[in-house]
Design a protein around this ligand. Structure first.
Ligand code: CLR
Length: 382
């Protein structure tokens, strides 16, 4: 049958979940899914995927020209896609923890499919560090800034290299042709200090996702359409995404161009899960097979009650050990606490702005995106 990976006792539940997707109203996060598809990881942890190649993030600052830096931003961005969009092992079957410790593999390689992450509560936080191994320490601060609809804001910084990334992501989902289509709301802004006391700024738009393979019970992500990286130096990178059956015929393909004031200076193509090359050459541009560096997190005992791994500890343990009753009891407890927490909410780490001035300035150079967007500006951990 088509649903071989679905545990026998959950087949009916899976079928009715797929059917209910057809009447979904845009917020998939709050839908109840069968246990086998649940991930023990909260969405507040996902911004860590932006920096699992901290060496490439820091390397942006070593670019000697505007074009050099624009190209390094593009390389770093493409090399984050594999971690972001191929499920990396928030494993749910017994004994899976040991496999999950293998940081050389992605989610899909470890457990075969995309899972449904835990839906963060308002005010949930996640802090992480990539220790200094020569190019400076990189830190990550995340806050869930909205629950309905879910929006996650993050700030990443390498102080020594003087590179920062600030952004937010929400999702709008729809169902058609057997797949879930996910449009990401939000954008990211990268800044890098350059010699002479100046700063360069890059606007990064977020890709659309298609979740395929639902019918088989082993969902996976393909990226569609295109995204842009726009710099205030006049460099614009455009990245087109395609799945199987396009040019190379390979899944997870990309084609990118780097242009300056409208004139293409270089092109690249390949896959964002393996190798991308400078077009019409053998020069390797992106290598996503290089081992990634997972973020490190304080021991749970030292975390505050708002921090993701402490907050969801019992739920996650229930999911990992297959004790779904315990998982769902603890999940209900957390969600009930949240419902009673009241409506007026003070953001802790970020400040909301209705129109992001940096976005407004740079978005004018990209066709087909809104001219204004809101944003969450990092205020610090104080
Ligand atoms: C969150 C922001 C990250 C990139 C990213 C990767 C995977 C996405 C996730 C975002 C949002 C939530 C998501 C997930 C894949 C599956 C999951 C769309 C965009 C949905 C809610 C769950 C689908 C449920 C089926 C698997 C049954 O930077």
């Amino acid at each position: 049958s088509g649903t071989d990976v679905v545990p026998t006792e959950q087949k009916a539940g899976w079928t009715s979940f797929i059917k209910s997707l057809a009447s979904m109203t845009g917020d998939l996060s709050s839908m109840t899914a069968p246990p086998f598809i649940l991930s023990p990881t909260s969405l507040t942890e996902f911004p860590a995927y932006w920096c699992e190649r901290p060496e490439l993030f820091a390397d942006i600052a070593t670019g000697r020209t505007e074009q050099d830096r624009a190209e390094k931003v593009l390389r770093w961005f493409i090399c984050t896609l594999k971690g972001q969009y191929t499920d990396d092992g928030h494993c749910c079957f017994p004994g899976a923890r040991a496999i999950a410790n293998n940081t050389f593999k992605t989610r899909n390689e470890k457990m075969g499919s995309e899972k449904k992450p835990l839906n963060p509560v308002l005010g949930e936080e996640f802090f992480g560090v990539w220790p200094d191994v020569g190019f400076g320490e990189t830190t990550l601060s995340v806050e869930q800034v909205s629950h309905h609809p879910p929006v996650t804001a993050y700030f990443i910084q390498n102080k020594k290299a003087r590179v920062t990334l600030q952004g937010h992501s929400g999702q709008k989902t729809s169902f058609s042709g057997g797949s879930i289509n996910v449009k990401q709301n939000g954008h990211a802004i990268l800044t890098v200090d350059v010699p002479g006391g100046k700063k360069e700024t890059f606007l990064i738009t977020l890709p659309k996702l298609q979740i395929q393979g639902l019918v088989w019970g082993s969902p996976y992500i393909e990226l569609t359409d295109s995204t842009a990286i726009v710099s205030d130096t006049g460099y614009v990178a455009n990245i087109d995404y395609k799945g199987k059956g396009w040019v190379s015929g390979k899944a997870h393909s990309y084609k990118a161009t780097l242009a300056h004031n409208g004139k293409t200076v270089r092109s690249y193509e390949g896959t964002w899960t393996a190798i991308g090359k400078v077009a019409k050459s053998d020069e390797i541009f992106t290598d996503a097979t290089v081992p990634k560096t997972e973020v490190t997190v304080k021991p749970i005992e030292e975390q505050s009650d708002w921090e993701s791994r402490k907050l969801w500890r019992a739920t996650a343990q229930g999911i990992r050990s297959g004790d779904y009753d315990a998982a769902s009891r603890d999940k209900s407890r957390i969600e009930a606490n949240e419902a009673s927490a009241g409506k007026q909410w003070q953001l802790k780490l970020f400040q909301y702005v209705e129109s992001d001035p940096v976005y407004k300035q740079l978005a004018a150079h990209v066709k087909g995106i809104p001219s204004e967007e809101d944003a969450y500006i990092f205020r610090g951990n104080a």
